[in-house]
Each structure stands twice: as C-alpha cells, then as structure tokens.
Design a protein. Structure first.
Lengths: 195, 470
C-alpha cells in the first residue's frame, strides 16, 4: 500500500514537470518572436571627434582592382578605435546593394586590437568568412583592401593578423592563408599590380 | 536455475550484435567511372538484388545537370539532352520522344533518382549521345574512349618485362616472394586480349591481367627476385630481375683508381627519370573549392585542367607528375612534401574561379628570414620557399608571356597561399577564370585546352633555365 504522503509528493512532482514544460514552450515562442524580427545592426559606430580624411582601399570585381577612396569622417583619437571604424566603414560599403565587391550577408568586423603600434589583430565574425566567395583573387582583394585601409589609418602598422570569432583560421574561404601574420609592406608591394 | 537477464540487457545485447554485423558487412560497392574530364566513384544501392546508381552522382561530374521532381516523375536535363523517368516504371522518355526501357524499374529514394547499373551505357547514349562501356563484373565504367590497353614485351640481357602504356600510369607495386603485383587504382587500363601468358623464361614464368572492383591487377609470376621501375614519364613500367652478385672480371690491364672503384660498384637499376614539373590540382574529396556553378565544382575543373596540361607537357617531352589523379584530398603539407621529394624543378598549383577573367599567376608572399641568414641557411618550413623566389618569379613571368601571346587576359602577383611557402623549388599557383561572364566556360574542353596549351608553352620555355638556376 502506497502511503498518502508519497502520493502527494508524486502528484506535486508531476504538476511541477507540467508547469515547467509550459514555461519552456512559452520561452521558446518568445525567443522565436524576437529572432524573427528585423535585425538592426549598426555597421559604423557613432563617433564623436574632429572630422578628418579617411582612406578606404576599395576592391572591385569588375576589373579586379584596389583603388584608394578618400572620405571625410569624424575619427576617434584611439588608434584601435580608428582602425575599427575604418574597417566597419569599408565592410559597410561592401554590404551595400550594387557593391563592386559584395560580401556575404551578416559579414562584420568584431574588433581591431593593437598589440603594439606595429601589430594589429582583426577579429572577423563567422559570417564574414563562412559566406565569403571562394577563390584566390576574390579573397586576396578582400584581405588586401582591409590591410591597406588599416595601414592608411595606422601608419606605423607593419603586420596584421586575422582571426575569425577569436580563433585562428587556415584560410578565408579555402585559398588565402590567414594562419599567420601578414606583412603590411609585402601586401602593399603585391597590391601594386591591382591598383 | 540460470539467472534470467532483464529485457533491457537482452535488447542492448541484440542491438550491439546488430551494429557489429553492420560494421563487418561487405565493403561498400561502388562503380568506378573513368571519364575524359575526371575519374570518380559512385555508390551502389542494392534493391531486390539489382545494383542501382544515383543519376545525379553519375552525371554531375560530367557536365551541366538539372533535375526537377514532379510527383513521381523525375525530369532530367543534361548537356542539352533530356529524359523523363517515372518511379516504379522501366520505360523512360527522351527529349526526342524515344521510349526506352531500363533493365529494371526506376527508383526514387528521398527525392533522388536511381537507375539500374546495367542501364548506364544506354542512358548516357540516349540523353547525352556519349558512348560508354560498362564492365559489370569489376563495376568499371569507361566514358568515351578513356580505356586503354597495354603491351608487354619480355626482353633479355638483363631479363626484364617491359609494359608500355599509351597514357602515363602510376600503379602501386607489391613485390612478393614469387610474384610482382601491379595495382592500377586510377588508370583506365583494360585487357589487351591476352590476359594469361606463359613465358617459360628462367626469370618470368607467366603473367595475368584481371579487372578488379575499383581498378585492375597485373601479376607477374617470377622465378628470381625483381624490382619495379616506372620511366618515360609514366608510359613504361619495367619488372626487372635483380642481377645476382657475380664477381667482377679482372681487367687484363691494371685499371686506374677511378676505374677500379667504378667496376667494384654493384650494378643498380637505372634511376627513375626525374620529373621537370609537378602539377597540383588544388582541393579534392569533401573540400570542393569554389562552387563555380550548380554543376561545376572547382576541384573537378582543377583536375581536368591538370590532366590536359599533363598531356600537353607529355607531347612536348617534358616529364610531369601529378600530386593527385583522382577525387581525393591531400593536406597542404602532403602536397609540399610531394613536391619537395619529387626533385622536380617547378611546382604548379592549379585553381579555378568564377570571378574575373583569364589567368592569374601567383608567387608566394613569403617573408625574408631573420637578418644574416643566407639562401643556404636552414629554413623553417613556412619560409622554405624564400631562397627560390627568384626562380618562382621567372616561372610566373614565362607563363604570363605565353598566356598573353595566346590572347588570354593574364596578371601576376604575390599572394599568401598555401603550400607555396613550404616548396623548395620554383613554385607558382595558377588560377583560371572564364574569358567571358559565364563560369560554365571553365568546364568547356575548348577553353581548358587553350589554357593548357598556353601554360605548357610557358613551362616548356623554362626548361634548361630553371635547372641552371638550381
């Protein structure tokens, strides 16, 4: 014979399980409602600072070229922030409709870290690499345009390393080597044939 | 009374036994396809004792394929031809409204169409106009005129069996006590009509040739120890008797010190001819590279182009080796090791891209090592290319000249590319893009041939120059 106390305990546990189940369904629906909504993403951070010239090296798939393009923008004084803003602006250009060098949806630069004035680490998001088109030239244009744009903002820069979601990655999309440091002078030299 | 196991234990044991049975089941059955563009394998699905192959798996590597599923009907458009299949029916219709019959019913499994393996040749002929030959026993399919025969000749003094092939081969050789086995896994070699031959020679008793699943096997039953060597750019395989260590005859006149040393040296088989160039078709296996079009993958274009280039170089008498000849993936380090141990003078990686136009030639963007290091210093693996950059630049320039002369848009630059940094000979990567705007152009035999001819001329112009530089 099962005791009355044990019966109450089992009934309470069953009720608790049912209640938690309903709550879980409620949370899932709530999460789905949030993710289904429009994604709002600030591609360039609002900056307060004096207006200055910013040079972006824009890649074009039309003639497979890299060309400097100077714009006026408020620039932060912190070098890391300045580099990040420059890359955000560059990526925003590539994400625009009709871009001459389109990147995949959701591509973004998480951050730019300066280890010292000469060494920068660029942390890309996973979508940047995962949705990038595969090919030597198309990957080369993307990476070279980012390195040269950074160099334009940070003249002391001599080497750049790319990470994806904070982790080292062998290649951008199967071709261009991202596993090591890129020598900025060598990138600039190799880019001459693209300008 | 023995203790009864609970039901859960019995069910678990039964599942484990089932898993073991599946694990030890026969190896997966596949059809090996040899096509002018590439070689590949297609899995076989067995239904009611009949071998079936997936139409998409079979046709996708061969050209442009589109398929639409309408209820139980599958409509297939392939390289200009078309066919309509109905699930559970043997009859199918082609674009010209011909009604043909498969040897057994058409299957639809998870939205994928399957035809009996025995009907492959009929299907290829009816919808693509391609001739094909299917060897049902070894499950080998030869599309077009890819299959080739070999000839065997027993030569004496010293005793050796010379096998000649019209296209380069690279079989695995297994030398056992009384026989030599040559396994052709990638080559479309077929019987020459004399499968079993008796020689009755003191070195060679007999030979046999058999097609096996996934390839072919040549066995030489030998009576003396033997060696196997490949020469003539892969066109010749020689099974030679190892000479017995006989005493060196004494010369009537006293030889010089140098002559004596030469005579005392045991005879060794002639070294394998050294390749001039190693061609590396990039990507392979699950790593497809760029998806150039819904039916065209970079890995397949790379391999097809490497093969065409190989033929062009062979025609110019330039020894060449391919890192991969089938749809398999090699790591970057494996590619670099292949190049470095081949003792070739030039490494060429082949890539394809749907973006841009023409041909791009890349050299390594390797940085200089620490100050004070000379080109003769020991180099780290990732800087190994540095002493050879000048030769790589020379190779890139030669290819640019020939591509320009052939009317192909061409550009050259340095890029951070693997495995170029670890190659210890002149090393370049070539990326080909369409001339027009359609990436499908990359699958065209005519365009591939034009590029292969231009690259081969560029490589041929380097002969002599790179060896001197080395």
């Amino acid at each position: 014979m099962i005791s009355r106390k044990l019966q109450y305990a089992v009934a309470a546990l069953v009720l608790a399980i049912l209640a938690m189940g309903f709550y879980l369904v409620h949370l899932k629906r709530k999460a789905e409602t949030i993710s289904a909504g429009p994604v709002t993403q600030a591609l360039t951070a609002p900056v307060i600072g004096p207006a200055a010239q910013m040079t972006l090296y824009l890649a074009s798939d039309e003639d497979n070229s890299l060309r400097p393009n100077t714009i006026s923008s408020a620039l932060p004084s912190d070098p890391g922030e300045r580099g990040r803003l420059a890359l955000h602006t560059l990526v925003a250009r590539y994400l625009q409709t009709g871009s001459p060098h389109p990147l995949g949806t959701g591509a973004d630069v998480h951050d730019v870290y300066l280890l010292d004035p000469a060494s920068a680490v660029v942390n890309l998001n996973a979508a940047f690499a995962n949705t990038h088109r595969s090919g030597i030239e198309v990957e080369q244009l993307t990476i070279f345009s980012m390195v040269l744009t950074l160099k334009a903002q940070l003249p002391q820069l001599t080497r750049v390393r790319f990470l994806v979601d904070g982790k080292s990655r062998d290649t951008l999309a199967g071709h261009i080597d991202l596993a090591g440091w890129l020598d900025v002078a060598m990138v600039a030299e190799a880019s001459k044939s693209l300008q | 009374m023995p203790k009864e196991h609970p039901i859960s234990v019995r069910v678990t044991l039964l599942l484990l036994l089932l898993l073991l049975a599946i694990g030890f089941a026969a190896e997966p059955r596949r059809v090996s396809v040899y096509a002018p563009q590439t070689n590949y394998q297609v899995d076989i699905l067995v239904r009611d004792g009949v071998d079936y192959v997936g139409i998409t798996d079979l046709l996708e590597p061969l050209g442009r394929l589109e398929s639409h599923l309408e209820g139980k009907k599958l409509i297939l458009v392939f390289n200009g031809g078309a066919a309509e299949f109905q699930e559970g029916k043997r009859q199918y219709r082609t674009r010209s409204n011909n009604k043909l019959e498969l040897v057994s019913n058409f299957l639809l499994v998870d939205g994928r169409g399957y035809i009996p393996a025995a009907s492959i040749t009929q299907l290829l002929s009816s919808i693509a106009g391609q001739s094909a030959e299917f060897h049902a026993g070894p499950r080998r399919l030869f599309i077009g005129s890819t299959q080739f025969h070999y000839s065997a000749e027993l030569r004496r003094a010293p005793s050796r069996l010379v096998l000649s092939f019209p296209t380069p081969v690279n079989p695995s050789s297994l030398i056992e006590r009384n026989r030599v086995r040559l396994l052709f896994h990638r080559e479309a070699v077929v019987s020459n009509g004399a499968d079993n031959v008796s020689y009755g020679d003191p070195f060679l008793a007999s030979t046999s040739f058999t097609e096996i699943p996934g390839g072919a096997e040549f066995i030489a039953n030998i009576l003396q120890p033997a060696t196997v060597s490949i020469s003539d750019g892969g066109h010749t395989v020689t099974i030679a008797a190892v000479p017995s260590p006989t005493p060196v005859p004494i010369a009537p006149a006293a030889p010089t010190a140098g002559q004596a040393a030469n005579q005392a040296r045991p005879t060794v088989p002639a070294p394998r001819s050294r390749p001039f160039v190693i061609l590396d078709a990039a990507h392979g296996g699950y790593e497809t590279g760029a998806v150039l079009s819904p039916t065209l993958l970079e890995k397949n274009v790379n391999l097809a182009l490497a093969r065409r280039l190989q033929k062009e170089l062979d025609a110019r008498g330039i020894p060449v080796v391919l890192t991969r000849v089938a749809d398999n993936l090699l790591t970057w380090d494996q590619r670099a090791v292949s190049a470095n141990t081949s003792h070739a003078s030039l490494y060429v990686a082949i890539h394809a891209s749907g973006s841009g136009h023409g041909v791009r030639v890349y050299t390594s963007m390797v940085g200089a090592p620490q100050a004070g290091q000379s080109k003769r210093s020991f180099m780290p693996w990732e800087l190994a290319q540095w002493p050879y950059l000048e030769q790589s630049g020379m190779a890139a320039a030669a290819l640019v000249v020939e591509c320009t002369a052939s009317g192909l848009p061409v550009r050259s630059s340095a890029a951070p590319l693997r495995p170029l940094n670890s190659i210890t000979v002149a090393a370049i990567a070539v990326e080909v893009a369409p001339q027009g705007n359609s990436p499908d152009e990359l699958g065209s035999a005519e365009y591939q041939q034009k590029i292969a001819a231009a690259l081969a001329s560029g490589i041929a112009s380097l002969r002599g120059k790179l060896e001197v530089a080395q």
